[in-house]
Design a protein. Sequence first.
Length: 328
Amino acid sequence: MLNKIFISLACYRDPEIIPTVRDAYNKAQNKHLLVFGVYAQMASTDEKIDLSFIEDQEQVRLLVKDNTKARGPSYARYIIYNKLYKDELYYLQIDSHTRFAENWDTDLIAMHSKLSANSVISTYPKGYQLQHDTNLIKSERMNILKFKKIRDGIPIFNITTIPQEDKPRRNYFWAAGYSFCYGAIFKIIPFDPNLKNLFWGEEFLMSLRFFTNNIKIYSPNRHIIYTLWTRNYRHTFWELKEKMNGKFEIYGFLSFLRLCSIANLLPSNNILFQKLEPKFRDEIEKYSVGNKKTVDDFYTRVGIKECIEKEDYNKIIQKIYFSLKINL
């Protein structure tokens, strides 16, 4: 297959989705090699997604669903890969609010060509601003992810900056809004449909699965992709909390338990865990960690082992469970 790039775009009521696709299309050097996979979760009052400016409509795969059926970004990415992706060579996953440097497509491919086939380019990119999205930041320092803290039992990351280098630098944390690799990698590490309403843990869990499958993550050494960090201009899927009669929180809790089980964080003697285990273990082996490296290797390598060992996961689980108003 030609060097086509499949662009995965999960969108929840985001008015930036059309400008994002337009910018990617207009600034690509090889427009004819792009394929846009858009999973749009929209309300009837939202602007209709019109991508007719793309000359060849075979390059557009648009799936629009009622926003009330949304189950978070992890689930949306599963839908995109399994419903819209058709084995294009490259797989670019970005947010629905993204901007691009000129000739971004050939630059990304050239950057990736310096790495081994089992490599992923990923980071939190520089930002852009609404109304000023043509003034993209030019900087000689690059963003690289680092461990920040454990939030409600889940390790989360933030960025530090490093000088620009000749090639991407090895890292161990994956960012959901900027991920570029061969599409075949996600056949080795498939997106899990059982992580509904999971947000903070998505990147941590994928980082762990990459590492244990010996898929290497690198931070880019050039500014190619930019994201809109503010959320105050758009709706988010958290607005569904009030409409789901407690099911929103239940989905999230079961996904948290699934994450903790995969990541070896659940205490096996937890009575509540034993009671709920069948509810969150559906096909868990298929979407679990790899066997080329261990979970403990990952925690040690990224320097979070001691932090995790200090967490009382029994207490965290019980606190969340007893806060739910509907019995599981």
